[in-house]
Write a protein that binds this ligand. Structure first.
Ligand SMILES: [Zn+2]
Length: 389
């Protein structure tokens, strides 16, 4: 008994599927095809002319390309120009041909993407099916925080809440990165996208903007006594030689702050520079702090320092006539004038701290869902759609 009804159902399905197929056939545009060649058996010569004219008017950049998909039936024609654009040709009730340009909507889905880095961020994202576009976006957001070439260690992890765009179910690219968290070399770096007024930027959990170039001056106070020059009379050697830094006269013991976050690569002494510190920053920048009286012993060589951290104290060690700090910036192999060097930082005039705190809390929860599974299972599920409250 049930078999007979099943057969009926199958027959109905068969009809449904194949009746459609009988009316519309899919055609792949071939090399050398023209609109009139494709349409000659469906439309008259003058109709084809009218169709061509209407297409040019509605879609000026139209070009028929081999490989394009078309659907033909006895009285209609649809040509897929791209994933989201389709030209549809039909007959009106009056029997005239009509061309319409149809655009499929782009859908945005917020997803949580997470993974573990074995070699670098690009391969880690590729391993979980994400593209280089996302890696580049993340590298830009964290450019002053993380040196993706030098800081990354095997086992570092990341979590990203990002918009993904789809047209007809197919991924077309990323929208905004709304929040991200990196655990790099046992340090956590967070970024939250926040907009106030017309301006927006990325801020960490303490509402500090991530895109922060360098502090203008590495001292709380000090007087410039010597500027950056290719040639000056050296006060000690009495010879003309370049001076690739800015000297700030200040009392012995005045704290010296690192002007941007980075890693202390040298804490050393030399005859010329005296006690000095070299800090390596992202984007191939280094800063130097010379003639110190001493170091801040809490800051070890190889340690990560945050912008504004005290790394040492003003002194007159090395070749110096009086207590001062000689501050230098190098980009790749070129010395820059610290007084000309300004890294722009976006200023949000209407930053609402309360609103930002709520936003940061919301995304932190999304990135750290209550873990029912052990972490190895969580990492196996790399992309999860997120329900935004
Ligand atoms: Zn100097």
């Amino acid at each position: 008994m049930w078999r007979r009804s099943l057969n009926k159902l199958l027959a109905a399905l068969f009809l449904l599927v194949f009746s459609g197929a009988a009316f519309a056939e899919t055609y792949v545009v071939q090399r050398g095809d023209t609109l009139s060649l494709i349409l000659q058996d469906t439309f008259t010569f003058s109709e084809v002319n009218s169709i061509a004219k209407q297409i040019k008017a509605k879609y000026p950049s139209y070009i028929l390309k081999a490989g394009m998909l078309a659907e033909k039936s006895a009285d209609s024609f649809a040509l897929r120009l791209s994933l989201d654009k389709e030209i549809m040709v039909s007959r009106t009730e009056l029997g005239e041909v009509e061309v319409e340009l149809f655009t499929y909507p782009t859908e945005s889905l917020v997803t949580l993407i997470q993974g573990r880095i074995n070699t670098n961020l690009f391969s880690a994202l590729a391993e979980i099916g994400e593209s280089a576009e996302l890696a580049q976006g993340l590298a830009r957001i964290f450019e002053w925080e993380i040196d993706f070439l030098k800081d990354i260690r095997k086992g570092d992890t990341f979590k990203v809440v990002a918009e993904k765009r789809f047209v007809r179910g197919k991924f077309t690219g990323y929208g905004r990165v709304l929040a991200a968290e990196f655990n790099v070399n046992k340090r956590s770096h967070k970024a939250f996208w926040y907009k106030a007024g017309t301006k927006y930027g990325y801020f960490n959990e303490n509402a500090k903007v991530l895109e922060r170039g360098f502090l203008r001056v590495p001292l709380p106070y000090g007087r410039i006594t010597s500027r950056f020059t290719d040639s000056r009379l050296h006060p000690v050697t009495q010879k003309y030689q370049p001076h690739y830094g800015v000297d700030y006269a200040a009392a012995v013991g005045t704290p010296v702050m690192v002007t941007a976050s980075g890693v202390i690569v040298r804490k050393s002494y030399s005859e010329n520079n005296g006690y000095f510190v070299e800090v390596r920053h992202s984007n191939n920048y280094s800063t130097f702090y010379l003639h110190l009286n001493g170091f801040n012993n809490a800051v070890k060589q190889g340690a990560y320092v945050n912008q504004g951290d005290v790394i040492g104290y003003v002194g007159k060690s090395g070749m110096a006539t009086g207590p001062h700090l000689d501050y230098r910036i190098r980009h790749k192999n070129r010395w820059l004038n610290p007084l000309d060097f300004i890294a722009e930082v976006p200023v949000l005039e209407r930053f609402d701290k309360k609103e930002f705190a709520l936003l940061a809390e919301k995304y932190t929860k999304i990135m750290n869902p209550v873990q029912i599974f052990d972490s190895s299972v969580m990492y196996a599920i790399n992309t999860i759609p997120v329900m935004l409250p």
